[in-house]
Design a protein around this ligand. Structure first.
Ligand code: ME8
Length: 519
């Protein structure tokens, strides 16, 4: 397998101080769509997700709950693992930072950084936010309404003074800028790239990478009074799962550098500044790309536990269906922008685009074939211009979708698919196969074949987004499992006339319940 045909994609590893919510589901789903799409496209894929279990935030949450940090981590890590399964995620690995493989990787990376003179002992004095697990400079802080200083994220900060090891981040400013310049796609979208570059141009301070005031973390090799800074620990997960520290091993050479770290915009600095600097300092390659997506609000409000408006993704799946939720989250908001969740928007898309546009197209075509073509793929005659135009549009979708998903523009890919869904519905209306049934049954058969073949193309391409519904559609077209990869896309693998078809059944129900209080 050459490097070009492999794809290593990661989600952030989520903190175990809390339960998963829609934001976590969003990032993980986006990665799942990419992983599935690439597998269908013949790539060897590694899709990693997991949980971030150390640090002061988790230790404090465990204290507050009166449980040991490991017990809190065990319980909440299981919630994240269950969420990935409930989302239909096809992750190949689930990493926990308390696993021995990860502790070994972190300690090895530490030793390498010390040997190379990139880490040395000093003392930290400055601001720290436990909620963000981040150090902030005085000039980054604002004063909240209560007169207390706050991080740019709004999180409270506290003054910390303790012995600490430092990573000499300040030495990496020029090399980071050179890396951004030489790799225009390494941070996306552009707004985030600009933000990161201006942060780095503003000058970098050495980074405190160990703590002594609490103990829930990976011990610093040779100095057990210190635990590693949780972000150094957490970021390392991406190489642990690729087999580090065995850098000569098949796994590492196969998977590293990762093709894509998908993250939310809140943690772009850690991934696009600290992480490439740690890696380059250790003599390892930085990731190929970091994409920082936007932030979801709920019915216009910031999602927070204190506001009591956290959206439980399991509740959404139960209420609307998994494929519907997957579709909505990736269609509603241009990926990279912030977005607002509302039940009204969810129902509109379900009913308009899934039930009416896509579902109805499939339903009416398949039931006409069931009734009028002896439940077999119809025999097409010579194709007219109108037929060819629709098929060409459908066959043109694969390159369009590849391009959109290589840029993580999920909404663009889905929009392109729906242009063809709508074109197919307009073609049905124009060609009126129900009328042809009496006047020209041979032409009716051609029209229905063109439509069935268009639906095959659409269903192949919606698989990554909506695996269950797409599989049901492909079943109804009698497309065998071995013909569902993208090597079976296109005219060369078109539906064969005479293939028996199972009885059609609706795929996307309309959602009818009127929610009390829904806006
Ligand atoms: O930051 N909208 O973990 P975390 C969209 N452990 N995405 C959201 C979101 C929202 N409202 N809320 C959360 C951490 N997310 C670290 C990561 S990685 C080496 C360590 C998603 O549990 C988004 O992907 O706070 C965000 O970056 C991530 O959850 C933060 O998860």
């Amino acid at each position: 397998m050459t490097a070009a045909r492999r794809f290593y994609v990661t989600t952030p590893i989520y903190y175990v101080n809390d339960k998963p919510h829609i934001g976590h589901a969003y990032t993980t789903l986006a990665c799942d769509v990419l992983a599935r799409f690439k597998r269908l496209d013949g790539f060897d894929v590694k899709f990693l997700t997991g949980t971030d279990e150390h640090g002061q935030k988790v230790e404090k949450s465990a204290d507050a709950a009166g449980v040991a940090p490991q017990a809190l981590a065990d319980a909440n890590s299981a919630n994240f693992r269950d969420l990935a399964a409930a989302l239909g995620c096809s992750n190949d690995d689930f990493i926990r930072t308390t696993e021995p493989r990860h502790v070994a990787a972190c300690q090895d990376l530490w030793r390498v950084l010390v040997e190379k003179g990139e880490i040395s002992l000093g003392a930290y004095e400055g601001w720290y936010s436990v909620r963000d697990e981040a150090f902030y400079g005085e000039d980054e802080l604002t004063v909240g309404p209560d007169g207390a200083k706050r991080a740019p994220t709004g999180a409270p900060v506290e003054w910390v003074k303790e012995p600490s090891y430092f990573f000499h981040l300040s030495r990496w400013q020029d090399r980071l800028l050179a890396w951004y310049e030489a790799n225009p796609d390494c941070i996306a979208p552009t707004s985030r790239r600009n933000e990161v570059m201006s942060f780095v141009k503003g000058g970098l301070q050495d980074l405190s990478v160990s703590r002594t005031s609490f103990s829930w973390g990976i011990p610093v090799p040779g100095d057990s009074a210190h635990v590693m800074y949780v972000w150094l620990d957490a970021l390392t997960n991406y190489i642990t799962a690729a087999g580090y520290p065995d850098t000569q091993g098949g796994a590492f050479t196969r998977w590293w550098p990762a093709d894509l770290h998908m993250v939310g915009k809140d943690i772009v600095r850690f991934h696009a500044v600290y992480w490439p600097a740690f890696l380059m300092a250790a003599g390892l390659e930085p990731p190929k790309r970091v994409f920082a997506h936007g932030w979801w609000t709920n019915e216009g409000q910031k999602i927070s536990k204190s506001l009591g408006n956290v959206i439980d993704p399991l509740m959404l799946i139960e209420k609307y269906g998994l494929d519907q939720v997957r579709y909505f989250l990736l269609r509603e908001v241009p990926f990279g922008n912030d977005g607002d969740f509302s039940h009204r928007a969810m129902v509109n898309r379900m009913n308009g685009e899934l039930a009416n546009d896509y579902g109805n197209l499939a339903q009416r075509v398949l039931s006409m074939i069931g009734k009028n073509c002896a439940a077999q793929v119809p025999q097409p005659g010579a194709l007219a211009d109108d037929d060819r135009a629709l098929l060409d549009a459908a066959y043109g979708l694969l390159p369009a979708l590849r391009d959109a998903l290589d840029r993580q523009m999920f909404h663009e890919g889905l929009e392109a698919l729906w242009v063809v869904v709508r074109a197919a519905n307009a073609y049905v209306d124009r060609q009126a196969p129900w009328a042809l049934k009496k006047t020209d049954p041979a032409r009716m058969a051609t029209v229905l074949w063109v439509l069935a073949e268009t639906i095959r193309a659409l269903a192949l391409l919606t698989q990554a987004f909506m695996p269950t519904a797409s599989a049901r559609l492909l079943d109804q077209l009698a497309v065998p499992e071995v013909r569902r990869g993208f090597d079976s896309f296109g005219a060369g693998h078109a539906l064969a006339a005479g293939t028996p078809l199972p009885p059609p059944a609706g795929i996307f129900p309309r959602f009818v319940e009127v929610e009390q209080g829904a806006n």
